[in-house]
Design a protein around this ligand. Structure first.
Ligand code: PGA
Length: 246
């Protein structure tokens, strides 16, 4: 399976900046064989325009979140169906910023995951990760295992469907502190084993948290790191392509 590199633009860019970045990505794609699968997740307001720009290129697109509700009276919501309409390939679920800033729980992430699998063909990218306090207390695996158990509880992953996991230690997101490749590899190995016990196999497991052109190659060379979820360093076309070709 190809490595998967996803740019998570978060709420860092306005509409016009997002369009410009999408255009720059297309214009500056290096003339080298692209061995990885590449996608970007712009904000909702820019998603449709970015999709138009990326259509027919090697870059896929997706959303940073969605509601689990079916289309209807849900003020402020974004339905999974509307993402399908925009030909999204991915939807990120349970990013730690959604959990910290919007109070999302494992149970809500579980409902969203179930909705994605039941109602769409989108590839869910499910985020898990521990805080610094949990890591320092030696509870990182316990935390991540607990998240996985709660999120996948009674969720049926149909044969042939991929659920991508993203391990993002909260202490490494936007802080400049990256998990060492060895630390990340150990957690990815743990996640793979844990999922296997839940009967879920063949997933790509991405690492996220202060990924940069300088550390991407080493992270990607680890056997259980199948790709990267990149925030800050995906906001410039040059640094994003440097990561993809690391
Ligand atoms: P960062 O964000 O690369 O800016 O640390 C990663 C993420 O939160 O997906």
């Amino acid at each position: 399976m190809h490595k998967l590199i996803i740019g998570n633009w978060k709420m860092a860019l306005g509409y016009k900046e997002s369009v410009t970045l999408a255009e720059n990505l297309v214009l500056s794609q290096p003339y080298r064989p692209l061995l990885a699968e590449v996608g970007v997740c712009p904000s909702f307001v820019a998603l449709s325009s970015v999709a138009n720009i990326l259509e027919g290129t090697a870059i896929f697109w997706g959303a940073q979140d969605a509601t689990q509700f079916v289309p209807g009276p849900v003020t402020g919501g974004t339905s999974l169906e509307s993402l399908v309409e925009l030909d999204c390939r991915y939807v990120i679920l349970g990013h730690s910023e959604r959990r910290q800033l919007f109070g999302e729980t494992d149970e809500l992430v579980r409902l969203k995951l179930q909705a994605v699998l039941e109602r769409t063909n989108l590839i869910p990218i499910v985020c898990v990760g521990e805080t610094l306090a949990e890591r320092e207390a030696g509870q990182a695996e316990e935390k991540v295992g607990g998240q996985l158990r709660a999120i996948f509880n009674s969720v049926v992953v149909p044969a042939g469907r991929e659920v991508v996991l993203a391990y993002e230690p909260i202490w490494a997101i936007g802080t400049g502190k990256t998990s060492t490749p060895t630390q990340a590899e150990a957690m990815h190995h743990f996640i793979r084993q844990f999922l296997k016990e839940l009967g879920i196999e063949g997933n790509r497991i991405l690492y996220g948290g202060s990924v940069k052109p300088e550390n991407a190659g080493q992270l990607l060379s680890q056997p259980n790191i199948d790709g990267l979820l990149v925030g800050g360093a995906s906001l410039s076309a040059d640094s994003f392509w440097s990561i993809v070709f690391a």
